[in-house]
Design a protein around this ligand. Structure first.
Ligand SMILES: Nc1ncnc2c1ncn2[C@@H]1O[C@H](COP(=O)(O)OP(=O)(O)OP(=O)(O)O)[C@@H](O)[C@H]1O
Ligand SMILES: [Zn+2]
Length: 682
């Protein structure tokens, strides 16, 4: 039999067994000096090697039925498309205890992880008060009708403005699938979005006397919880699986519908190991299983929009907000000639004051955590720099009570380096060290000074590090215990705040001139999304964006809530210069102690690819190897090589020939490399 193992080597490994073992079965096999769990993927009649030279399987794991053929097919596709060894795709996709030898052998393994998990008494699902369902409006009803009428596979792009009630469409589209006994996979970009949705799904799906069984999967779960959710899905006990990107690799025997909420969100792309896009795999899976896939967003990715425009996807539109409220009024405040107070324009301060008086909530959005992005010396110009990275260290206020005298530290956001704030400038000795610029912590502090009576909360990666703290903070906001919320992109998406009237955006310009060609798309989506949090239930929602460049196309489109215009303009631009979705890309990144080594490797890899592409007649554009923008992280220098083609099969064929030859290019060089197909950031 041929077994896939989680080792960075291409190909499968041969083993023998006395009794027949089905494809999809997990086995424990010896590998070098270790033992490993692998998945049987082929059982050829004639072994590739002489029987005698093949080692025997040590244990056949039969606590679960073999992984089903469609699961193996998905893993196979992902391995081939993203150019990873099959074992490095399959095994990491399983809950950890199903792929650990120690979970099966050794003193504490008892009957194995599945038996141990089944012995635990299942927690009784807490009863949830049924939410009254709003009646669908005409556009929602039309969308639901179109989705439920689909026979077989079709990908739907549900383009609904913020607050248009896409969730309601998902729920109604899911109901007939559940009633037929099917399963629904519901993907969301972030863990933070699961509690609110879980509540809606539990209270609304299924039957009045028997709510649909729901399983939730995300990376924040403890191993045991994750295994239980996975088992429930795999056994068909869970009718709905709600989860983040990793859920795409869960076996779902009766899958009938896939929903991808906020499909444009970058969180669907895994950023290490197998760099897959769960959104793209969802579309593949839907096609493979012959079922509908619904991609929903107020700001679809340009890729999805392009497919919808060409008729590859069915486009459904919700152009109005679901409740009797208008989209918020958007104001651009030109900050070039304004005297700002601590970064706030008089307009924004006045608007904040007015909302406070009306008892409404406000949200200040700023995509920069910490106290200040850098600490600097007022007399010599020294700035705080990470000793291990080519990046500044960010000034952070240590956790604890606010007020005078709190401790501050310098943090590197790239490598995690931390240091105390120096008492004096390390270069000139001057003691006048000052924070430059503003992060969320400092904005929170300023707001407390401007509005001492207001209850202020901050939601960012720092304030939510503790497990459950994000859910707690969001619950406070929903319960009306917060007047002003300060946050990063964590607060910008998906949430349905009922009493939020005003959104203020600080420092959006920072993203305007980023070098990545997707930066304007990302900025526009982020602004539309955060603006969409305003006035969802209350009338008179308002958004104030402070900018030095109000005339920029992104801001002008935002003023008009004009996603379509922005998408048209951006796609025309992408087409004229041949960028995705009009071309397909792959990015080879190299890491080495010295930049020259990384560049040397990429140079060789480039030459090699040129030859291979010529051999197979593939038309590729190869860029020059270049250092990454933040070139050094944790004392490792990084460079990249971008490969592009207008023809996806050409790119795929070339990559498939190239990957096995890259060890040659690395010969004699101390370098590590990884390939990313369809990179989101370059
Ligand atoms: N037909 C309806 N009548 C009244 N209210 C509705 C209707 N449909 C949905 N709603 C309500 O409208 C609000 C916004 O809906 P929802 O959160 O689903 O918007 P969304 O389209 O997902 O927006 P976003 O893209 O901003 O997340 C919710 O409070 C929801 O309960
Ligand atoms: Zn660093």
């Amino acid at each position: 039999m041929r077994v896939a193992l989680d080792v960075p080597l291409p190909g499968l490994f041969d083993y023998r067994s006395d009794c027949p073992v089905a494809v999809g079965t997990r086995v424990i096999v010896p590998f070098g000096r270790r033992r490993m769990v692998g998945v049987v993927v082929e059982t050829p009649a004639v072994p590739a090697l002489a029987e005698a030279s093949i080692k025997a399987v040590e244990q056949v794991l039969d606590d679960l039925p073999p992984l089903p053929a469609d699961w193996l097919a998905l893993a196979g596709f992902a391995a081939q498309y993203y150019q990873r060894p099959l074992g490095e795709v399959m095994l990491p996709a399983l809950p950890a205890s199903l792929r650990k030898v120690s979970a099966y052998q050794g003193p504490r393994s008892a009957g194995g992880p599945v038996q141990r998990s089944d012995k635990r008494r299942p927690a009784a699902p807490h009863a949830v008060a049924a939410e009254p369902a709003p009646g669908l409006n005409a556009q929602q009803a039309e969308a639901v009708h179109a989705i439920t009428a689909i026979q077989g596979h079709r990908t739907v792009l549900l383009h609904g403005v913020t607050g248009s009630g896409k969730t309601e469409v998902y729920l109604h589209a899911a109901q007939p699938v559940l009633q037929r006994g099917g399963q629904v996979l519901f993907l969301v970009p972030e863990i933070n979005l699961t509690p609110q949705l879980e509540q809606s799904l539990r209270s609304r799906l299924g039957w009045p006397d028997a709510p649909a069984a729901l399983a939730v999967l995300h990376s924040g779960l403890a191993e045991g919880e994750r295994l239980r959710a996975w088992l429930a899905a795999q056994r068909g006990q869970a009718q709905v699986l709600l989860g983040t990107r990793l859920s795409i690799f869960t076996p779902l025997p009766r899958l009938g519908l896939i929903i991808v909420d906020e499909e444009h969100d970058a969180s669907y792309k895994q950023q290490d190991g197998l760099r897959y896009s769960a959104r793209d795999l969802a579309v593949w899976l839907g096609r493979d299983r012959g079922i509908p896939v619904v991609l929903g967003s107020a700001t679809p990715s340009l890729e999805s929009w392009y497919h919808a425009e060409r008729g590859h996807y069915l486009k459904l539109t919700l152009s109005q907000r679901a409740r009797q409220v208008e989209l918020p009024a958007i104001r651009l405040v030109d900050t070039r000639r304004l005297a700002l107070q601590q970064g706030f324009s008089p307009q924004l301060l006045e608007a904040l004051g007015a909302r406070l008086e009306r008892g409404e909530q406000s949200l200040i959005f700023l995509n920069r955590r910490g106290y200040a992005p850098v600490l600097s010396c007022a007399s010599c110009g020294w700035v705080s720099q990470c000793p291990r990275c080519s990046a500044y260290t960010v000034l952070h206020r240590a956790a604890g009570r606010m007020g005078a005298g709190h401790r501050q530290r310098l943090h590197c956001h790239h490598c995690g380096y931390q240091a105390p704030v120096p008492a004096a400038c390390p270069d000139c000795g001057d003691q006048d060290l000052r924070p430059m610029g503003r992060g969320t912590q400092r904005v929170e502090e300023h707001l407390a000074e401007f509005f001492p009576q207001a209850r202020i909360a901050r939601i960012d990666a720092d304030s939510t590090r503790r497990k459950g703290s994000a859910a707690q903070l969001f619950a406070q906001v929903h319960a009306g215990q917060v007047d002003i919320l300060v946050g990063t992109q964590m607060v910008a998406k998906g949430h349905d705040f009922t009493n939020l009237g005003l959104v203020g955006v600080l420092n959006a310009d920072a993203m305007l001139f980023a070098h990545d060609f997707r930066a304007p798309e990302r900025l526009f989506a982020q602004l539309m999304q955060v603006a969409g949090r305003a006035g969802r239930h209350v009338r008179g929602g308002e958004v104030i964006v402070q900018t030095d460049y109000p005339e920029q196309a992104v801001y002008q489109a935002l003023l008009r809530h004009d996603y379509t215009g922005f998408a048209q303009y951006s796609l025309a631009e992408r087409e004229s210069i041949g960028l995705p979705p009009y071309a397909y890309q792959a990015l080879l990144t190299a890491e080495a102690r010295e930049l020259a080594v990384a560049l040397e490797f990429l140079g060789r890899a480039r030459t090699l690819l040129q030859e291979l592409a010529a051999e197979c007649g593939a038309a590729l554009s190869l860029y020059d190897p270049i250092p990454l923008r933040v070139v050094r992280v944790a004392n490792i220098e990084r460079a990249q090589l971008l490969v592009e083609s207008r023809h996806r099969p050409s790119l795929q064929a070339s990559l498939a020939r190239w990957m096995p030859r890259l060890p040659d290019a690395a010969d004699g060089l101390r370098v590590r490399y990884q390939l990313e197909v369809d990179p989101l950031e370059i």
